[in-house]
Write a new protein. Structure first.
Length: 469
């Protein structure tokens, strides 16, 4: 340990852990180890300090299975190195390509999502205080340029955060963000560490690698040899601005967001329109990233959502493959896409029937037992007016019925509009129907044609129940 490059490196590393990250003695630390030089040197540096600080270390590796035998070689290297240091080792893997295709993400982003999901799950299981990763100042510069190219907002341009909390007692810490890649390589060579070069790092197929191996070298050569330092200073300034803006946006968010239920939330248009366009974008960015745990949303996507403000009621915008935004009368409604909803289920006049995420219970009751106040989702029908064969079916455009108390018919779409039902819900309305008529818009209104009257002798009670899945 007399090598000056080693002692200088460890002194700088220790200073960050103690004075910036404030990592206390006896902390439990999980090191995210890929097998590359950054994470292998990180594991080594922490192992060197573990005895002095009484750290309890764990090594975690995620095998993306994107490079065949090379991916397996990374896994084996991390395992053997952890054993050498006598550090408990945990691993996982997943189908990155399938995750990428399902959510419409790049392979890089899909891999990151699955990797961090594993890290966070293990951190909670092991009850660690910190997840430590090997991101460097070079990575911050690459992320800045990537997000600039993709059209990110200020948050994306403020770089990789040094510390990020993922739970009450767990944070992700990145001690190398004030270090250059070459410093880490010098340390690794001086310590004679083993690491694997990820050959995908040299392939220009991945956007990050285009930035790393093509764009940054050109910027260094043609504009500034210190471009990495310049970008890192800029990111630091933007981070300060972003923190201040984030505080203001949180206050505005609370005032403009409505109806946070399940996978849905709504933005009140009248209040939202009083915000500056920049603030509107930041509010949407914050809402989407926090509510759906998304990565930073591109400015192009934010712009498409904002265009809904000028579009007619019913206009739709895809946020991504799984989330949509809909322009309703007073709100922009965000929700996860639902599977195709096309139900047409033949049923009898008695029994329990499941359709989609709802259950319909039909039962014979005595006329004296009718109680119209027991539930808005329970209704009563003249059993002799209902045919023996009924249907539970989806709403279809053009459907009409005769609402209770009316002499004429009206379009169900108009009825639902009068009931102020959000447009996003209309396709998922269920109806109790005969071959030619709608007897009940479930949970809303029955048809006058099938109502109880003084002449009614036999009664059917219908109960509509949403199944909690």
């Amino acid at each position: 340990m007399k090598n000056k490059s080693i002692s200088d490196f460890l002194a700088k590393f220790e200073d960050y852990l103690h004075n910036e990250a404030h990592i206390d003695e006896y902390s439990k630390i999980m090191v995210a180890v890929s097998g590359g030089v950054d994470s292998m040197s990180l594991l080594d540096a922490l192992a060197n300090l573990a005895h002095e600080y009484k750290f309890k270390l764990y090594a975690a590796h995620y095998n993306h299975k994107l490079r065949g035998l090379s991916s397996d070689a990374d896994e084996e290297l991390v395992k053997k190195t952890a054993e050498k240091y006598n550090i408990p080792y945990y691993k996982s893997t997943g189908n990155v390509r399938q995750h990428s295709e399902k959510l419409g993400l790049s392979l890089e982003l899909a891999a990151r999502n699955l990797r961090y999901r594993f890290f966070e799950r293990m951190a909670k299981t092991l009850k660690v205080n910190y997840i430590v990763t090997g991101h460097t100042s070079d990575d911050t510069a690459e992320t800045f340029l990537l997000n600039l190219i993709r059209g990110s907002g200020i948050t994306g341009l403020s770089g990789i955060p040094r510390q990020r909390y993922i739970g009450k007692n767990i944070s992700i810490v990145r001690p190398y963000l004030n270090m250059r890649k070459q410093e880490i390589i010098r340390y690794a060579k001086a310590r004679r560490l083993k690491w694997n070069e990820d050959e995908s790092n040299s392939l220009l197929f991945f956007t990050r690698n285009k930035v790393r191996h093509d764009l940054i070298p050109k910027l260094k050569e043609d504009y500034s040899p210190a471009i990495i330092d310049v970008i890192n200073r800029t990111s630091k300034l933007l981070r300060g601005a972003d923190n201040y803006i984030a505080e203001q946006v949180q206050k505005m968010l609370q005032s403009v967001i409505r109806d946070k239920v399940g996978t849905r939330f709504s933005v009140l248009i009248s209040l939202f329109n009083t915000f500056d366009e920049f603030i509107q974008g930041e509010v949407l960015q914050t809402a989407l990233t926090s509510f759906y745990k998304m990565q930073n949303v591109s400015m192009q996507t934010i712009d498409r959502i904002l265009e809904l403000l000028q579009k007619p009621t019913g206009a739709l915008c895809e946020v991504n493959k799984s989330i949509i935004a809909l322009r309703d009368r007073d709100y922009i409604i965000f929700d996860k896409k639902k599977e195709n909803f096309n139900i047409n289920l033949p049923i009898n006049k008695s029994g329990e029937f499941v359709a989609g995420d709802a259950k319909l219970i039909l039962s014979k009751v005595a006329k004296k037992d009718i109680n119209y106040d027991d539930s808005p989702n329970a209704e009563y029908f003249d059993a002799d007016l209902l045919p023996s064969r009924l249907y539970i079916r989806s709403y279809m455009p053009g459907d009409t019925f005769q609402p209770l108390g009316m002499t004429g018919t009206m379009k169900i779409s108009d009825f639902l509009t009068n009931e102020k039902m959000p447009l996003i819900d209309k396709p998922y309305v269920l109806m109790l129907a005969t071959q030619n008529d709608i007897a009940w818009i479930c949970g809303k209104r029955i048809s006058d044609k099938f109502k109880i009257s003084g002449d009614t002798k036999n009664v059917v009670k219908a109960e509509y129940i949403i199944i909690d899945k």
